[in-house]
Write a protein that binds this ligand. Structure first.
Ligand SMILES: [Zn+2]
Length: 307
């Protein structure tokens, strides 16, 4: 049977390299008696294979995970809460479910001073999958755990006291590898898809931006180099408009270029039609960045329904 996930070239390269180095290292063992070469080579091959086996453990795990049944109960929750999922074709829905299974199996989702339900887990995973839906092998390598707080919090991660206006953040320092989301705000983004806000998508887009090594508002790994300059120019122009109160983009997007990208990503996925109408050029760019065209996807879905 064809495997969905395959080892990447780096796994092969490293294992082949290990085999060659071992064989060279063992040269004294067969230099005087060349008939020993096949035996030594066999041992080196076994060692290289063990390394390959270790390196590709997650690939095998993922191939097992995608065979897991997706429960009807979870499907109902997605249908009820996630507009993006409802807009997918049956084939893409299965793909979305596979990605959800993988995310939930690989990442810890922990409640802090709150209980976690399957709905919470599915909303976190959906926030992660929506922006990278066209990148099926996306791993969020640097993320190990998502902490769910009951409500917004302050810079000291406190749920009480002053300045509790943060609804999500990507941790750094001691919080490296962790993301914090306020449960209330996470739900709001999905329960009110007509809003231009979705804190889950916002924080995962920060991680996508960070995947090229820096959170700078330019998603280097998703964006072809030639787009970076036009992107920066469009971003600067729009940030100016936001600051002059002449844009319908959430004012938070005008605070910095690092915040602009996640803020317009929320808008792009929550209200694609409106975003396209109001910001056709930015829509085109986002289209290329995420390799998704949510407006034509919705049109196709409507056409399929009316057939
Ligand atoms: Zn942010």
């Amino acid at each position: 049977m064809k495997k969905h996930f395959k080892p990447d070239w780096f796994d092969y390269f490293l294992s082949a390299g290990a085999f060659t180095i071992l064989l060279i290292f063992c040269y004294p063992l067969y230099s005087d008696d060349i008939s020993l070469l096949p035996v030594v080579a066999a041992f080196c091959l076994i060692a290289a294979y063990l390394l390959f086996y270790r390196l590709t453990r997650s690939v095998r795990k993922r191939n097992k995970l995608i065979k897991l049944e997706f429960s009807q109960e979870w499907r109902d929750i997605l249908n009820d809460k996630v507009k993006f999922y409802r807009g997918l074709t049956e084939k893409d829905k299965s793909k979305f479910e596979r990605e959800i299974n993988i995310f939930i199996s690989e990442k810890l989702i922990t409640g802090v001073e709150t209980d976690i339900t399957d709905t919470d887990r599915l909303l976190v995973a959906s926030s992660a999958i929506i922006p990278v839906f066209a990148f099926p092998n996306w791993n969020y390598d640097d993320l190990t755990e998502v902490l769910i707080y009951p409500n917004s919090f302050n810079h000291e991660y406190q749920l009480e006291g002053k300045g509790r206006n943060i609804s999500g953040m990507v941790g750094n320092g001691v919080m490296n590898g962790k993301m914090i989301l306020s449960k209330k705000d996470l739900h709001y983004g999905f329960e009110y898809p007509q809003s231009k806000s979705n804190v889950g998508i916002h924080e995962f887009v920060h991680l996508i931006d960070d995947s090229d090594g820096s959170i700078d508002g330019i998603p280097g790994l998703l964006m072809e180099h030639s787009y970076a300059q036009p992107w920066l120019e469009a971003l600067q122009r729009e940030i100016e408009k936001i600051r002059k109160n002449k844009s319908d983009i959430n004012a938070y997007g005008g605070t910095s270029k690092e915040e602009f990208f996640p803020v317009i990503s929320e808008y792009f996925f929550q209200r694609p039609r409106l975003f396209k109408r109001k910001h056709p050029k930015l829509y085109k760019m986002m289209n290329k960045v995420f390799r998704q065209d949510p407006v034509s996807r919705l049109k196709k879905k409507v056409a399929l329904k009316t057939k």
